[in-house]
Design a protein around this ligand. Sequence first.
Ligand SMILES: Cc1nc(NNC(=O)[C@H](CC2CCCC2)CN(O)CO)c(F)c(N2CCN3CCOC[C@@H]3C2)n1
Ligand code: NI
Length: 183
Amino acid sequence: MILMDDIIREGHPTLRTKAEEVKFPLTDEAKQLAENMLQYLINSQDPEIADKYDLRSGIGLAANQINSLHRMFALHLKDENGEQLSFVAINPKVVSHSVENTYLTGGEGCLSVDRNVSGYVPRHARVTVKFKTVDGEEKKMRLKGLPAIAFQHELDHLNGIMFYDRINEKNPFAEIPDSKPYE
Ligand SMILES: Cc1nc(NNC(=O)[C@H](CC2CCCC2)CN(O)CO)c(F)c(N2CCN3CCOC[C@@H]3C2)n1
Ligand code: NI
């Protein structure tokens, strides 16, 4: 199982390296990696398991964060209708996005960042995304709200981008143009 010790932190070069497209069919190793990443999120959201293994809770995890340069990340979160989203996105792409932006009013954090970095992180409010599942099935989804924000945070990791790269340096809480906050 993935533990906090397996998650690399700021300063590790892999967090600033672009991950490589995953070839299909997946090797058993790649399938195991995908499964372990999703299981980490599920474990981290279970109070007993999270407490027992000292896991920081997460709704997303990208392969770079466990020092693997595969273009894949896991998401495990409920959307605003309470629908459970739980999947591993392989070779993910944003195919289109809204003009409107959004941002988490409380800012973002990251399992690879052991400090609070405050400020608004501008994200597209709505994204149409495409990715492959572990079985090689092509998926297309329209996301908004926290799923949209999380998808963009994870896709950034695959491109070596950290959330704080997007915070306005001069004024971290400067108004984001064309945006609606996400509480
Ligand atoms: C917003 C939030 N971020 C949590 N952590 N940070 C993360 O997931 C980082 C990725 C997120 C940061 C902003 C967008 C994506 C990890 N990142 O570094 C991966 O690249 C949470 F844990 C969390 N929730 C709310 C839902 N709750 C359900 C019950 O269980 C606890 C869980 C806590 N919400
Ligand atoms: Ni992160």
